[in-house]
Design a protein around this ligand. Structure first.
Ligand SMILES: C[S@@+](CC[C@H](N)C(=O)[O-])C[C@H]1O[C@@H](n2cnc3c(N)ncnc32)[C@H](O)[C@@H]1O
Length: 293
């Protein structure tokens, strides 16, 4: 079950949307990526969408929709937040998109967003490792594509997740996972004390339950019939050491020494630890693409 994650998002979604610079204007709850050609914050929030759309277009020719040209493209967003990515991808690919979030607060906001935009989207509340939930996402038939943005790491059981995904993707269907992927040494060691502390702060503060290196992810996916077909590393596009990051860093140290714990503190320390781990390349922000055999 994913009660801690549900509680985390039920409690924090409103403040993410209110205070997160990019989230406030776009509704996306993910990293801004300053990739090639990006000149504005809105574009940086959209960058990951453009990569997912391109990946689906390249790997999923328009007429290849499960062999039936009349059938519209069927996609799912696992860990859909408040539905911003669903709207964007649905419009770009003229696809029907089903989303799931573990947070009832997000589900309400996402449903309202979808209704107001008249896109062909629907949003469920539930756990994306639950076969019943996955079955409901695919009730119109096997899916052509699935994406996950900053959601896969939250899965309590990564194997269950991949197994479930393989069940609802059609053969040839595409899975795109975009997340913080740790280096093998960060998963298996050896680590010095500071690195160990940062790993714990990130994993605990950000409710990370699936913490696999690229090779572990590749092998586990392969075992479930999902073949790795590509990956893109966006680590260099994530802004670090912005004034607000430096402020958080200045607070994170004393917060640790004073044993300040709980939602905001854990979130802040987790984010700071993640940034430090990223700077030393022990963790990378990347997209992995798989094709269902
Ligand atoms: C960092 S947010 C990203 C939201 C969205 N993908 C975006 O980019 O705006 C993580 C999302 O994963 C969802 N999530 C985490 N664990 C989940 C689970 N077990 N089942 C369903 N959703 C989950 C959360 O509810 C949240 O929507």
């Amino acid at each position: 079950m994913s009660d801690d994650v549900a509680e985390y998002y039920n409690q924090n979604t409103t403040s993410f949307l209110r205070f997160g610079r990019g989230s406030r204007t776009t509704g996306s709850i993910h990293r801004a990526l300053w990739g090639p050609g990006v000149t504005s914050h809105a574009q940086a929030m959209d960058y990951v969408h453009t990569r997912i759309i391109t990946a689906f277009q390249n790997t999923m020719p328009a007429r290849e929709t499960g062999g039936d040209p009349q059938r519209s493209v069927q996609l799912a967003d696992l860990g859909c937040g408040v539905g911003a990515s669903m709207q964007r991808v649905s419009a770009a690919l003229d696809a029907e998109v089903s989303g799931v979030t573990v947070s009832s607060v997000q589900q309400r906001l996402a449903t309202a967003r979808c209704a107001s935009s008249r896109r062909r989207c629907r949003v469920l509340t539930g756990d994306f490792t639950d076969p019943t939930v996955l079955g409901a996402l695919a009730d119109r038939g096997p899916l052509d594509g699935i994406w996950m943005i900053e959601a896969y790491n939250h899965a309590h059981d990564g194997d269950e997740l991949l197994q479930g995904i393989a069940t609802i993707l059609r053969p040839g269907g595409i899975l795109a996972i975009c997340d913080d992927i740790p280096d093998d040494r960060l998963v298996n060691g050896p680590l010095n004390r500071r690195e160990t502390r940062r790993r714990e702060e990130f994993v605990n503060g950000w409710h990370v339950h699936t913490f696999w290196s690229p090779e572990m992810l590749r092998r586990r996916a392969e075992a479930h019939g999902l073949e790795l077909i590509g990956h893109e590393d966006y680590s260099n596009y994530v802004a670090v050491d912005r004034p607000r990051d430096l402020l958080v860093r200045a607070i994170a140290g004393p917060a640790r020494r004073l044993h300040l714990r709980g939602g905001e503190w854990d979130n802040m320390r987790g984010g700071n630890a993640l940034q430090q781990l990223s700077k030393s390349r022990l963790i990378r922000y990347a997209m992995y693409l798989f094709r269902r055999r």
